[in-house]
Design a protein around this ligand. Sequence first.
Ligand code: SF4
Length: 285
Amino acid sequence: MEGLRHRLVLRGRCDCDCVFCRPDRSAPSTDPSVALQDLRDGYAPGRGLNIGGDEPTTHPALPEVIAAARELGYKPIALQTTGQLFAQPGFARLLRDLGLDAADIPLYGSNAAVHEAITRRPGSFRRTLAGLARLRAVGLDLVIHTVVTRENVSDLSDLVGFCLARGLPLPRIEHLQPERAFPYAEHAVSLADSAAALATVARDHLAQMLFVNFPACFAKLLPESLGTGLAITSAPGTAQRPKRHAAVCRSCALGDSCPGPFVGYLDLFGDGDLRPVSTCRPPRR
Ligand code: SF4
């Protein structure tokens, strides 16, 4: 699905200071003419558009860009955003009327303390929830995602319950990507500890979850008894950091389709949590 979408980076200036994000604050915002040319160059019939960057809602040309994308024929048009600026009355309706179809928004915790331990911006939880409410009110499709870190791993089940209780989509759960720009070892969680948190999610909610960027054998860390009602998909797609096979992957039947964990993960945690698949039977999905 991702490959059917053009990705446009519209750099503004994000208000958050997430523990795993180190945007270049000195970088200029995207030149609108460059963004519009990128749209024209990237278009093909039937193609959708993902607009991301260092908080595109803070870029003054966003309405113009969405209108131009719709005029060119992009469908659907989705925005990756903290959602905070949608708390302003009228903003969600304006962008919807110009052609925006969907928004992908991070929720890092079930409460302000956990969410803001990651965003490091007081009030960001309240503003994101207010933005989510406005986006829902105008009928935009919503996607929620979270990233597993030490700050929120024990809150994952509560986060799922929070979303279920409010009729929000279940969060897509992403494996933290190692970057040199932040202290990965201070925030990363092992596959085994991530699986333990996932088991709690399954026990509490029997929710169908989507996991992104975890190695395929992550499913094997889960107790078999938790399999009913739990779906794990090693979705391709959003990895920006290199992955590689460990020595144990040589015996794995999934080696051709699974690229292994992130290199930075192996450097930090080793391969002790990997579980090579010895038959052709795929892991539980
Ligand atoms: S053992 Fe290696 S190749 Fe096999 S599923 Fe796990 S990470 Fe992927």
